[in-house]
Design a protein around this ligand. Structure first.
Ligand code: MD3
Ligand code: FE
Length: 214
């Protein structure tokens, strides 16, 4: 075993709120299976920067897989069965993605999670996501599961009001997190990646979030 692949924190569980938790390194064993799937998905539905209703261009690039994909344009945020750039359905959710999402949700106390959408964000060295709530999903009772790969980044976890003070936690390659229940509508964001380029992924951070959107 190559011990350098594992960090001191791997296996740790960090509670962010009453119903949200970070599980350190839980995705690490799956990385070799995940990366070719991300390549396959983004060959079919390429990385793109979306426009916000407010007239900005998002700094992170995104793609989606699954029955529904998150999109944004001048008219608003929504989930769509069709990739607006290709006119085709989003790539199917790979079995390894679904298995990981279910494993993570179960480990956090949300058994039977069946996501129908997976938003994949790619952050270059300058990309970030400002504080927001995720509320376009029809079923806000289902949790959101996230998987972080590549460079590390500071995740900001606020409260139910935009002005509430946000806690900060670094998310590293292989970390997974789950947000459910009363934490589901908390404001959150992520700062630009920091630290050294990642040995596998270079100067980028990739985050995918599984959602029950429809
Ligand atoms: C807490 N993505 O795509 S992942 C997003 O790193 C998003 O790409 C960030 O926020 C990223 O919407 C953060 C963690 C995350 C994702 C969704 C959540 C935390 C969440 C939904 C509700 C509460
Ligand atoms: Fe979000």
């Amino acid at each position: 075993m190559n011990l350098e692949l594992f960090g001191a924190q791997d296996g740790a569980r960090v509670a962010l709120g009453p119903e949200s938790v970070v599980l350190r390194g839980l995705a690490l064993p799956h990385v070799p299976a995940l990366l070719p799937e991300i390549a396959r998905i983004t060959a079919q539905s390429p990385w793109r920067q979306m426009h916000t209703p407010g007239g900005f261009v998002m700094s992170a690039a995104l793609s989606n897989c699954g029955a529904l994909g998150w999109t944004s344009d001048r008219r608003g945020y929504r989930y769509s069965a069709v990739d607006p750039q290709t006119g085709l359905p989003w790539p199917a959710m790979p079995a390894v993605f679904l298995a990981l999402a279910r494993e993570v949700a179960e480990a956090a106390g949300f058994p039977g999670f069946t996501p129908d959408a997976c938003l994949i964000n790619r952050y270059g060295p300058q990309a970030r996501m400002s504080l927001h709530q995720d509320r376009n999903e029809r079923d806000l009772c289902a949790p959101v599961v996230s998987v972080s790969l590549g460079m590390s980044a500071v995740f900001l976890f606020g409260g139910l009001q935009r002005g509430d003070k946000a806690a900060r936690i670094v998310l590293d390659h292989g970390d997974v997190a789950v947000w459910g229940g009363r934490d589901r509508l908390r404001f959150h964001g992520v700062m630009a990646p920091r630290g050294p380029a990642h040995p596998l992924l270079g100067e980028q951070r990739i985050n995918f979030t599984f959602r029950k959107a429809g």
